[in-house]
Design a protein around this ligand. Structure first.
Ligand SMILES: CC(=O)SCCNC(=O)CCNC(=O)[C@H](O)C(C)(C)COP(=O)(O)OP(=O)(O)OC[C@H]1O[C@@H](n2cnc3c(N)ncnc32)[C@H](O)[C@@H]1OP(=O)(O)O
Ligand SMILES: O=C([O-])CC(=O)C(=O)O
Length: 371
């Protein structure tokens, strides 16, 4: 038995949710470029869950269901108030999502109908949790979700600020949600599938996924990119900062990818959004710094930006606090995680690979007084 480090290149499951072939990403066969330009996040979530684009009445029903389920149980809001003020935002989300199960009477119902209902509930409630967490730590009361929100993007920004968001902000967040919704067998989706393959419940699967997304080699990279941009500060500092990192063989966050070696197809959309939003806000500093970093890193190392690189400046232009970037990724990816969980349940087998043993050869037990 020989291990493959990081399971690189190992095909661990079949899936019809999304695919990456020759650098092209599709959700259920629809090219991400097409979806990013044309689809709403709700259409994409429907597509991921049910395998087809919704018609007008199906979409309207889904939006009604999402709005109807967007409130978080008061007990979970009360718990959020008890978290230490400096709690890591992804740790808070992980704990709150785990707690949701305690207040859902059908948490352990394993029927497909119940799991679809719970997928919609989770998709509806994550934005409310993230917004409530962000307000509570600032000493503000959470804002109840709008009952008639046109979209999750609108409702999230409304719950975050307590004000009706403008059209540009809603559309930008919407597109970011579409771009992050699913990505084949990434680490957090794999974690979700491993968890539910034991026939554990959907809340356990999403909780595992949030824990995996949190890390800076995965979803946590978007926050790390913004931390880097802030540390660099101005465009004049970019060259020396990046050269220093490369010389020290340190990683530049937001670059590289396990699967894409010729570039992440989502990055160009986020780059364009970053520029457009920079022009609208009158602050192109983050965008221009990002372009310069990309020129150097790609030019010298051949590494291309991934989805996390330009999303950092996009969210900053939307005035979203840095430590909510990864929770927003989680809001979007809940659609993909739950679609994969539903798929796993449909055709389940326990996921249990092997390990190549590298420890000491057989040893004889030594009584404690002889050690
Ligand atoms: C949504 C997402 O999860 S997208 C990914 C988000 N993560 C990041 O942006 C973090 C930075 N990037 C990375 O750490 C990596 O590129 C990963 C984790 C995304 C992919 O990792 P892997 O496929 O395991 O590649 P690995 O880490 O083995 O790197 C291969 C080589 O490229 C280098 N490399 C990879 N990414 C980077 C980077 N961002 N900066 C500098 N060098 C890098 C490695 O140092 C290594 O070099 P070596 O062969 O000389 O030792
Ligand atoms: O697929 C991966 O390894 C990481 C990624 O880009 C994602 O989850 O969107």
């Amino acid at each position: 038995m020989t291990a493959t480090k990081g399971l690189e290149g190992i095909v661990a499951t079949t899936s019809s949710v999304s695919s990456i072939v020759d650098g092209v990403l599709t959700y259920r066969g629809y090219d991400i470029d097409d979806l990013a330009e044309n689809a709403s996040f709700e259409e994409v979530a429907y597509l991921l869950w049910f395998g087809k684009l919704p018609n007008a009445s199906e979409l309207e029903q889904l939006k009604k269901d999402l709005n109807a389920n967007a409130s978080v149980p008061d007990a979970v809001i009360q718990q959020l108030k008890l978290y230490p003020k400096n709690t890591n935002s992804m740790a808070a989300l992980r704990t709150a999502v785990s707690s949701l199960a305690l207040y859902d009477e059908e948490a352990n119902d394993m029927s497909r109908e119940s799991n679809v209902r719970k997928a919609i509930k989770l998709q509806a409630q994550l934005p409310a949790i993230v917004a409530a967490f962000a307000r509570i730590r600032e000493g503000k009361e959470p804002v109840a979700p709008k009952a008639d929100a046109g979209s999750i993007a609108e409702n999230f920004l409304y719950m975050l600020t307590g004000e009706q968001p403008n059209k540009i902000a809603i559309e930008a967040l919407e597109k970011a949600l579409v771009l992050h919704a699913d990505h084949e067998l990434n680490a957090s989706t794999f974690a979700a599938r491993v968890t539910v393959a034991t026939l554990s419940d959907i809340y356990s699967g999403v909780t595992s996924a949030i824990g995996a997304l949190k890390g800076p080699l995965h979803g946590g990279a978007n926050e790390a990119v913004m931390a880097m941009l802030e540390e660099i500060g101005t465009i004049d500092n970019v060259e020396s900062y990046v050269q220093n990192k490369l010389a020290n063989k340190e990683k530049l966050m937001g670059f590289g990818h396990r699967v894409y070696k010729n570039g992440d197809p989502r990055a160009k959309h986020l780059q364009k959004m970053s520029q457009e939003l920079g022009k609208i806000t009158g602050n192109l500093n983050w965008y221009e710094m990002s372009i310069k970093i990309e020129d150097i890193v790609t030019g010298q190392k051949g590494l291309k930006p991934n989805v996390d690189f330009y999303s950092a400046s996009v969210y900053t232009s939307l005035e979203i606090p840095r430590d909510l970037f990864t929770p927003i990724f989680a809001i979007s990816r809940t659609s993909g995680w739950t679609a994969h969980i539903l798929e796993q349940y449909e055709n389940n087998r326990l996921i249990r690979p092997r390990a190549e043993y590298t420890g000491p050869a057989t040893q004889k037990y030594v009584p404690i007084e002889k050690r």
